[in-house]
Design a protein around this ligand. Structure first.
Ligand code: HEC
Length: 119
């Protein structure tokens, strides 16, 4: 009985190792979104965030979000705002729609782009 359980365990262990090594790296380590997702996020930034912050993020209902406008804000602050929103304002929380790495990527876009790509 003992040996059976042990061999079952080792089969399980081998199976786990195999399925982990077969998984894409981005699934194991929450790293950058893949290039399709990056395109979607650039679109989202322009269309969804842009509906309040302006299509070129120059401001509208929400404040401007170009890199030069956010240069004094830390990535941690931006991540917090995008995840949780700003209670009592129109700025909605995005954590239920976007993954952690999605939000990291948006923060990266916001801190490096003067305007989202116009494609
Ligand atoms: C429904 C309108 C709306 C949408 C959609 C929206 N925002 Fe906002 N956002 C606001 C408003 C309004 C504020 C300012 C709230 C305040 O400070 O009272 C704000 C504030 C912010 C701030 C803080 C800026 C600063 O200077 O401190 C960031 C960052 C931000 N939004 C990012 C985003 C991102 C990224 C998206 C898309 C994922 C987004 N917002 C979508 C309305 C919106």
């Amino acid at each position: 009985m003992k040996t059976l359980a042990a061999s079952q365990l080792s089969i399980l262990a081998v199976f786990l190792c195999l399925s982990l090594s077969a998984a894409p790296v981005s699934w194991v380590f929450a790293s950058e979104p893949d290039s399709n997702r990056q395109q979607e996020l650039q679109y989202l930034l322009k269309q969804d965030c842009g509906s309040c912050h302006g299509l070129l993020l120059k401001g509208g209902l929400g404040p401007p979000l170009r890199a030069q406008d956010l240069k004094d804000k830390t990535p941690a602050y931006l991540k917090q705002i995008i995840s949780k929103g700003i209670p009592g304002s129109a700025m909605p929380p995005w954590e239920n729609l976007l993954s952690d790495s999605d939000i990291d990527y948006l923060v990266q876009l916001l801190s490096t782009q003067s305007s989202p790509s116009t494609q």
